[in-house]
Design a protein around this ligand. Structure first.
Ligand code: FES
Length: 201
């Protein structure tokens, strides 16, 4: 009797132990994904509104003053919290194209805003305006991005299947004073793209 009781008790405790392990395993399995929700501009968390393009000097970008063949880092969506706003997933290259690619126009077609997260392994790429370059380059493994389309044409990002060869981009608007704004994006692969994943060109 007492032997049976012991067996029962052992069995129950083993099941409990397995249940606990299962719960712990589930927790661990999801743990790596938790931070993504915190730093990716998730449409459910961010208030996605039309906002001015604010340059690093604190002024709003204006087509009448922003240099041709030039790029600055902008933050979107900005929260006002310094730690959150420093996250790489909020950083975009705000590019005015070189003249030969249409950068002299005073309308949104002269500009691009691409996510700075390289689609290969998430290093930060940047635009190089130098003669003979005029493209986005990632310092980690040499991926190069077309500044007009945001599509990688050299390096490991260029051999990734669509949409993971084309950078997410923001939609821009210019008002009658030349001020540049970001329109509310739709962060899915068919529209503005998914940061760190890509966009169907
Ligand atoms: S992370 Fe950019 S090329 Fe590898």
């Amino acid at each position: 009797m007492s032997e049976v009781g012991t067996k029962k008790s052992t069995g129950l405790s083993r099941r409990d132990f397995l249940k606990l392990m299962g719960a712990a395993g589930t927790g661990l399995a999801f743990a790596p994904f938790v931070p993504f929700g915190n730093f990716m501009p998730n449409p459910n968390q961010a208030s996605l509104e039309k906002v001015p393009v604010i340059l690093p000097d604190g002024t709003q970008a204006n087509v009448n003053t922003y240099p041709i063949n030039h790029a600055e880092v902008i933050t979107y969506p900005a929260t006002g919290d310094a730690a959150l706003d420093a996250e790489a997933f909020r950083k975009w290259q705000f590019i005015r194209l070189p003249e030969e690619l249409g950068g002299a126009k005073n309308d949104p077609s002269a500009f691009r805003a691409f996510s700075m997260i390289c689609l290969h392994l998430w290093c930060l790429w940047k635009y190089w305006p130098d003669e003979g370059r005029k493209r986005g380059e990632c310092p980690c493994h040499g991926s190069m991005y077309d500044p007009v389309s945001g599509t990688a044409y050299v390096g490991p990002a260029s051999v990734q299947a669509s949409p993971s060869n084309t950078l997410p981009k923001l939609t821009l608007e210019v008002d009658s004073d030349g001020l540049v704004f970001i329109l509310p994006p739709k962060f899915n692969a068919q529209e503005n793209g998914v940061i760190g994943y890509g966009r169907f060109a």
